[in-house]
Design a protein around this ligand. Structure first.
Ligand code: URA
Ligand code: SF4
Length: 213
């Protein structure tokens, strides 16, 4: 019996490419099945010299339509939180663990779905290529999917949240909650408290960066 090859974006990632070339090439990726139903791939955005890279899960409904990461409600909240944490959003490179929108149709609505382990693994070569070029000081994983992509399946965000850990693709990696999780919290008091903690996690990142200057 031949071993079944896992799906991977690898054959679609051009070698020795800059971010502009990668951004173009990702539209042709067939590394997993998610390209089939999405409008387009959504690549990362931000300066190539960014010292912070933030990694989300996958593009959402708005991102799928506009072709840019974090332009919907979660992105607005992330932007606000960065400003409150003393991080200039213009200096941050923002991307996702998975580059195509995954969703389920419910009438006219497209409900987002979590990417599977094999989809996260399949898409990782794009994220690795981005990190290889940018060589950031700190990678911020927003939620479990990003943490899984960069720290392995076993990692639990609740256990390592806010800690600055060593990583081969950066000086440090850290993980925090995903801003979409904040938006989904029905209880206002809890949502405010969690938002405050989220800003605190980001503030630590900004401060660590200033230490190194
Ligand atoms: N959520 C994500 O994880 N990424 C986006 O780009 C938008 C929402
Ligand atoms: Fe390729 Fe990632 Fe899109 Fe899958 S989700 S087709 S691996 S870019």
């Amino acid at each position: 019996m031949t071993k079944k090859e896992g799906k991977s974006a690898k054959p679609f990632v051009p070698e020795q490419a800059d971010l502009a070339k990668l951004r173009k090439a990702v539209q042709g990726c067939r590394g997993c099945e998610l390209y089939r139903n999405a409008t387009q791939a959504v690549f990362g955005e931000g300066p190539e010299k960014a010292r912070i890279v933030m990694v989300g899960e996958k593009p959402g409904d708005r991102e799928d339509i506009e072709g840019k990461p974090f332009v919907g409600p979660a992105g607005k909240m992330l932007h606000k939180a960065m400003l409150e944490a003393g991080i200039d959003p213009e200096e941050v490179y923002i991307t996702n663990a998975v580059k195509h929108f995954k969703f389920e149709k419910r009438g006219a609505k497209r409900l987002h779905k979590k990417p599977s382990g094999p989809e996260i693994a399949a898409c990782r070569p794009w994220l690795e290529a981005e990190l290889d070029l940018i060589k950031p000081s700190i990678i911020v994983c927003l939620g479990a999917t990003a943490a899984q992509a960069l720290m392995g399946k076993e990692v639990r965000v609740t256990k390592i949240r806010g800690e600055l850990l060593k990583h081969e693709a950066a000086q440090y990696v850290t993980a925090t909650i995903h801003p979409s999780a904040l938006l989904r919290m029905p209880e206002e008091e809890r949502r405010h408290e969690e938002y405050r903690l989220f800003v605190e996690d980001l503030r630590k990142v900004g401060e660590k960066l200033k230490e190194g200057r």
